[in-house]
Design a protein around this ligand. Structure first.
Ligand code: UD1
Length: 419
């Protein structure tokens, strides 16, 4: 297993380019299963989760060509298998995203149940209930979700809670259903909007994405098309916190400032001077130590749970006390123990972490437990005066393209050691 060694090296400075969004790329790749023709997708990030999804689609029989560094061509008309096996699903929960499109297009599907993960139990009952309401016959047996249907039927679906991949699965399935589907209490995440735009580029009739009510008028078939994946707002936020934590000054390019309102607001509260343009954000701490901020995670447009660990790291070296409350996942404080090993003063009370900022953290061997927790640890390591060894960084490779090259470009001292 590879490890990262990070040596605290003062403020980050310079420019960094943001890659395509993991959480948009994965549903868009799954949605190619709906198309009867060739689809070309641009701004595809180079990430382990994308590789896993390509392997899954390939195993199902889709014809996939990487045309250049960031473009993929997918032809799903050659699909022969409608199964997502345990070996792939266990490495990437987002494999559940093939459930809706495969069922809608081919009339059957078997997807291994994702099970628990480091951040909680994460059930998929709302995906299943929604497809059942659209007429699918679904059994959950031997660790698999097995579904069959003739053509799905449009239905009104009121989601019990806001779920991102649940909304995406149902929206994809509804594009080929007979009649109109309305998803109420839908997730409003920008990645849901990106997926809807992609579906519409292939001929679907989706409206209302980005609001809590999405309406999908089913069509007979979807054609091909081409589409560029949106920029990654979480990667963007991670670099910005990296600059804040090191009292630095950076410019982030190829991003979408509008998708980061809640995060930018908290960084401003922490004392950052922030400017934005169409596709860039600059952050300048003017040499100051960040101020601690209170965070409450919740579905978009509120503060994203995927930025929670990074802000915990920032609060750990900030001036004052920050209360971080995790409302989306039940067990997403695994990074706290590791931050404590680096000297952070944190107590957890239920779903709130009370973080008392100290002047400097100290490097220590730490272990990544999930994707965003690892990002938090890497940022914390930048704010030390010595070496931090981050183990199990395969989690980072799932969601951050070239993280060490990009951080090095901003002046960080970081190197990968093959395990
Ligand atoms: C997606 C993102 C992930 C992000 C999360 C929340 C992708 C690939 N992943 O994950 O990065 O952290 O949104 O913004 O886009 N729930 C149920 N039943 C269900 C579905 C969800 O109880 O059927 C619960 C979950 O356990 C969780 C909450 O709903 O507590 C939100 O989860 P959800 O939005 O579904 O997360 P994901 O789509 O898995």
């Amino acid at each position: 297993m590879d490890k990262l060694v990070i040596t605290g090296n003062g403020p980050l400075s310079g420019e960094v380019r943001i890659s395509g969004a993991k959480n948009a790329a994965l549903p868009i790749l799954a949605a190619t299963l709906l198309a009867s023709d060739r689809v070309v997708i641009g701004n595809m990030p180079h990430l382990q989760d994308v590789t896993t999804t390509i392997a899954l689609l390939g195993q199902m029989g889709a014809d996939i060509t990487v045309t250049d560094r960031m473009h993929l061509e997918v032809n799903a008309s050659t699909v022969t298998s409608c199964e997502a096996p345990y070996e792939l699903v266990k490495t990437m929960r987002a494999s559940i995203l093939v459930l809706g499109p495969t069922l809608a297009r081919f009339g059957e599907v078997a997807v291994s149940l994702p099970g628990g993960c480091a951040i909680g139990s994460r059930p998929v009952n709302l995906h299943i209930d929604g497809l059942r309401a659209m007429g699918a016959d679904i059994e959950v047996e031997n660790g698999f979700i097995r579904a069959k249907t003739d053509r799905l039927k449009g239905a009104t679906l009121v989601l019990d809670m806001v779920t991102v991949t649940g909304t995406e699965n149902l929206m994809m399935a509804a594009t080929l259903a007979d009649g109109i589907t309305v998803i109420e209490n839908a997730a409003r995440e920008p990645e849901v909007v990106d997926l809807a735009n992609f579906l519409n580029a292939m001929g679907a009739k989706v409206s209302g994405a980005g609001s809590d009510t999405i309406t999908i008028e089913g069509v007979e078939s979807l054609g091909g098309g081409s589409y560029d994946v949106m920029p990654d707002r979480i990667e963007t936020g991670t670099f910005l916190v990296g600059a804040a934590i090191t009292r630095g000054k950076i410019k982030v390019r190829d991003t979408d400032p509008e998708s980061l309102d809640a995060v930018l607001q908290k960084l401003r509260e922490a004392g950052a001077v922030i400017e934005t343009g169409d596709d860039w954000i600059s952050l300048d701490m003017e040499g100051r130590r960040p101020k601690a901020v209170d965070i409450h995670t919740a579905p978009y447009p509120a503060f994203p749970t995927d930025m929670q660990a990074q802000f915990c790291a920032m609060n750990a070296v900030a001036e004052g006390v920050g209360m971080v409350t995790e409302n989306v996942f039940e067990n997403r404080f695994m990074h706290i123990n590791e931050l404590q090993r680096m000297g952070a003063d944190i107590t957890v009370e239920g779903k709130t972490a009370v973080i008392r900022g100290i002047e400097r953290l100290t490097g220590a061997p730490v272990m990544a437990t999930d994707l965003r927790a690892s990002a938090g640890l890497v940022l914390a390591a930048l704010a030390t005066d010595n070496d931090t060894l981050v183990d199990r960084i395969y989690h980072i490779d799932r969601g951050y393209q070239n993280i060490e090259e990009k951080l090095e470009g901003l002046g960080a001292r970081i190197k990968r050691i093959a395990g």
